[in-house]
Design a protein around this ligand. Structure first.
Ligand SMILES: O=C(CO)[C@H](O)[C@H](O)COP(=O)(O)O
Length: 266
């Protein structure tokens, strides 16, 4: 089974597997959304089944909630949890200061609320997500459906005034219809090329009427765990400066990897 999986899947798996070790009995844990976060949920489900790990998970999307329940994780809402020990999530891009672009999977609003309500945010990613400057990945912005073309025009006007490199944006679609988030909103993807000042852009975007939230996560992520296709894992904590390098043995983990690979993909 593992032979059928791509190096990217392996990289996502090893990052997720390492992050799953951070979860301890009694914790309240934010569960991210996306293919890397789905590996994490499967790894945690494995620990629940095999070790009797007892923790409660707060999913950041209906997709993650479904998968978490399916693998045997106790799911609670953020209203019940109020505050979390840790949130573990994927990212579309991260830079050297651990600023992120998120929302490629359309769950940025719940992801940002949950991550912000956590003592620690851990990002799990394959090495391709590491960038010098954010912005090659289109920046998702969640907007309310009412008057979205006006909101889009206001955003583009703002981008011109801020002298941002790329200025055009596209409404995310599912087939012929606009994509609808878990909160009933739409997503505009901003094709910027390079974001000079993520903090400033995030603040300005969120002041535009109709914008609910944007996919820039500034000063939210504490730890990044990067996985590589050959099993290497690199963990860096921005607060302590701590760096850890290790390698996950695929032979040892082959069965688990194969079993987990059988779970429905995100
Ligand atoms: O922000 C996200 C979902 O809204 C995801 O974390 C991001 O898109 C990364 O996804 P993947 O792990 O599939 O590469």
């Amino acid at each position: 089974m593992s032979g059928e999986l791509s190096p990217i899947d392996k990289a996502k798996f090893v990052a997720a597997k390492r992050a799953s070790d951070l979860v301890e009995d009694g914790m309240r844990v934010g569960l991210g959304t996306g293919s890397t976060a789905a590996w994490l949920v499967r790894c945690l489900g494995e620990r629940v089944r095999e070790e009797g790990l007892r923790f409660r998970g707060v999913p950041t999307s209906t997709r993650t909630a479904e998968l978490a329940r399916e693998v045997g994780i106790t799911v609670i809402s953020l209203d019940e949890a109020r505050w979390l020990d840790v949130t573990i999530d994927g990212a579309d891009e991260f830079d050297g200061n651990f600023n992120l672009i998120k929302g490629g999977g359309g769950a940025l609003l719940q992801e940002k609320i949950v991550a912000t309500a956590s003592d620690q945010m851990v990002v799990i990613a394959d090495a391709a997500k590491r960038v010098e400057h954010l912005g090659a990945f289109p920046l998702p912005v969640e907007v309310i459906p009412f008057g979205w073309p006006t909101t889009q025009a206001l955003i583009e006007e703002m981008l011109v005034s801020m002298d941002v490199m790329g200025r055009n944006s596209t409404l995310r679609m599912t087939g012929d219809a606009p994509y609808v988030t878990d909160e009933g909103n739409h997503i505009l993807d901003l094709h910027l090329g390079r974001i000079g000042d993520p903090r400033q852009l995030s603040l300005v975007l969120n002041q535009i009427p109709g914008v609910v939230e944007n996919g820039l996560f500034v000063d939210i992520c504490d730890t990044v765990i990067v996985g590589f296709g050959d099993g290497r894992i690199e963990l860096r904590d921005i607060n302590t400066g701590e760096t850890e390098n290790e390698r996950l043995d695929f032979v040892e983990n082959e069965n688990m990897f194969a079993d987990l690979g059988d779970w429905k993909r995100d």
